[in-house]
Unconditional design. Structure first.
Length: 302
């Protein structure tokens, strides 16, 4: 009996001139004796509902879109996934694909599916919502969810964040109490991210020698308040060079973390708006889902 694949496709993700149509992808995969169905999303949240309704009927669910579409598919199959996932990156930044080692070619995806190259990976939960890449607050978060996708596509992720920063008042510090690893501390931070991916929106990358997708741990990155806007390029360089000095830029490994702010603040979840709340509980679900990927060094179990 042929294995069954459901393609959940977001036809609006990514750049039009680079987008691979779901029908073309399906026909090429079907040539290798897979039964393929396609359902296209028409609105935000559709992929969650589609995956939730149909995941028990298929061997694999293939997410065709960007990181936001994959996030919705993961939320649709959690908390007890009984289906393996495939990610075909068709979005803008595609942090998930970079981390998984997926190059965006149809030939690679077909090869991986044929070889049944699936690996367990960690999934994050923030206040009940799942994420694969990262969840973050602070500078860039509001810009990211309030900027049109067409502008993001045209000028790039980091550029549209920085374009709105003219003076220090545009970078408002957030007073946070942070609890993790049995300790608690507080401070004023302009940016924070709980990361489960090798890169975050083109802003910074983690050290591949000290990062795994299946170790049950997050990397928490924090940036303290700035005294003047001219310090921002230095902070970004520190992030990009992985220069965590423990004073201005912090890196913490933990399986769970709690953030408490003085007032509700906006959070991004896998690059999309995740809501505003003053308390955020983030937990790592170790090896929670199985996803299609080449075998590489970011899987600690290999």
């Amino acid at each position: 009996m042929n294995k069954k694949i459901l393609i959940i496709s977001n036809p609006c993700s990514g750049k039009n001139n680079k987008r691979v149509r779901a029908q073309s992808l399906a026909s090429q995969i079907a040539a290798f004796d897979y039964d393929i169905d396609i359902i296209e999303t028409t609105a935000k949240g559709d992929a969650i509902n589609i995956a939730r309704e149909h995941h028990g009927d298929y061997d694999y669910i293939l997410s065709c879109g960007g990181d936001g579409t994959l996030n919705e598919v993961i939320n649709g199959v959690m908390p007890h996934p009984d289906v393996s996932l495939i990610y075909f990156p068709n979005g803008t930044t595609n942090d998930s694909a970079k981390t998984l080692g997926i190059d965006g070619s149809v030939s690679q995806i077909i090869s991986l599916i044929k070889r049944e190259s699936f690996h367990p990976v960690d999934v994050g939960i923030i206040n009940g919502r799942s994420f694969f890449c990262a969840t973050s607050f602070g500078f860039g978060a509001k810009a990211s969810y309030s900027t049109k996708q067409s502008i993001k596509n045209k000028i790039g992720h980091l550029a549209y964040i920085l374009s709105g920063i003219k003076n220090i008042s545009d970078i408002k510090p957030i007073h946070m109490q942070i609890e993790c690893n049995g300790t608690s501390f507080e401070g004023d931070f302009i940016f924070g991210a709980v990361v489960n991916t090798i890169s975050v929106g083109g802003i910074f990358h983690l050290d591949e020698k000290d990062f795994w997708l299946d170790d049950g741990l997050f990397e928490v990155v924090l940036v303290s308040r700035l005294n003047r806007v001219t310090q921002l390029p230095t902070m970004i360089r520190k992030l990009q060079k992985q220069d965590y000095d423990g004073k201005r830029v912090f890196l913490i490994k933990t399986d769970k973390v709690k953030f408490t702010a003085d007032k509700p603040i906006g959070w991004l979840v896998d690059g999309e708006y995740g809501g505003e709340f003053s308390e955020a509980n983030v937990e790592n679900l170790s090896r929670a889902i199985s996803i299609c990927s080449p075998a590489h060094s970011l899987f600690g179990s290999i």
